[in-house]
Design a protein around this ligand. Structure first.
Ligand code: SD4
Length: 337
């Protein structure tokens, strides 16, 4: 082989290897949202994520980090009157909103989380402070509240809880302690940012399932379940029935699927299919995922139709539908008043 044919051989071999590892050129038909040159990219769950994405983008443009962008975006939803995020979230069976949140930063692979916290206006900030100011990853209940107060976070023990609880109870067709989980009574904000350098951060915040038994914690504050960030590969996050996510460490699985070369959409869909193959509920899981890879490609999938997710770059900001793995329809509920 002369020098030039050797150069060509090496070039073609490395392109073939690269395209194989990217999943390009194989016969799959899933949609890849390729916007590599558009970094930063911000993705979040549901349509109410769009203004949060836009604030996250603004935060980056003002010189903030990906982590700052995640925190600011999620804080917006936490104080927006959303019925599934923040203190305006629907109460638990004792009439109190109990909140869960987590945050994760790709560089350094650090994470913080709070669960079952009461009366704290911005649980996402509490989660960030757990990550940054303590040697721990997760604080729960009264300890999480105590820590938040020590850190000077705003609290509000809403005097109207009882009234709101009664109004909410009236709307329920069944006892709130019923084991049956209604897939229409929840929505979580999960928001992931990849900055222009390819660094990734993500966060999650929710009041969880309305009418839940006090002390119930869902997937959202559990690293690897409601959220996972791997700065080498990408990140994924969940919304839906936490019990069906956390039994499978599902966001971790989505990221591992991307590590194997799947596109973000396919990674979400394959994680769901794998769960549905094992689980007695089959596709009746009520779970949805968003994902983004290191190149800024993104995607989403859900067990049911109508999973809106929000996607924002400096060139566009819009709500799209994730790939539906069944025809069953889910209602978007979290921005209802
Ligand atoms: C939970 N996963 O607590 C949360 C709720 C949710 O869309 O995401 N709803 O189970």
């Amino acid at each position: 082989m002369n020098n030039s044919s050797r150069r060509n051989f090496l070039l073609h071999t490395s392109i073939a290897a690269a395209t194989t590892s990217l999943g390009i050129g194989c016969s799959t038909t899933y949609r890849t949202n390729q916007i590599t040159n558009h970094r930063p990219v911000i993705i979040s769950t549901w349509s109410f994520g769009k203004p949060a994405n836009e604030l996250a983008l603004q935060t980056l443009q003002d010189g903030g980090s990906a982590l700052d962008a995640v925190e600011q975006g999620i804080r917006l939803v936490e104080s927006s009157g959303n019925s599934s995020v923040g203190l305006s979230g629907n109460p638990n069976a004792a009439g109190v909103p109990q909140l869960d949140a987590c945050i994760m930063n790709g560089p350094g692979h650090r994470a913080g989380s709070v669960a079952g916290i009461e009366g704290v206006v911005h649980p996402i900030t509490a989660a960030r402070l757990v990550m940054e100011k303590t040697p721990h990853v997760m604080l729960v209940g009264r300890g999480a509240r105590w820590f938040s107060e020590q850190q000077g976070l705003k609290t509000n023990d809403n005097a109207e809880d009882k009234k709101r609880y009664e109004a909410w109870l009236k709307k329920q067709k069944q006892n709130s302690l019923n084991k049956e989980i209604n897939s229409d009574n929840h929505d979580t904000v999960t928001l992931i940012v990849i900055d222009k350098n390819g660094d990734i951060a993500g966060g999650c915040s929710t009041s969880g399932l309305s009418g839940k038994i006090p002390g119930r914690v869902g997937d959202s504050p559990i690293i690897g379940s409601g959220l996972y960030v791997d700065n080498e590969v990408g990140a994924a996050g969940a919304t839906g029935l936490g019990e069906n996510v956390m039994r499978y460490c599902a966001s971790y699985q989505v990221v591992e699927n991307m590590r194997q070369g799947m596109s973000p959409t396919k990674a979400c869909a394959e994680a769901i299919k794998r769960i549905a193959r094992i689980d007695p509920l089959g596709m009746n899981l009520g779970i949805n995922f968003i994902a983004i890879n290191k190149r800024g490609e993104f995607g989403a999938a859900g067990t049911q139709a109508n999973f809106p997710y929000s996607i924002t770059t400096k060139d566009f900001s819009e709500v799209r539908k994730g790939q539906a793995l069944s025809a069953a329809y889910q209602k978007e509920g979290g921005n209802e008043k």
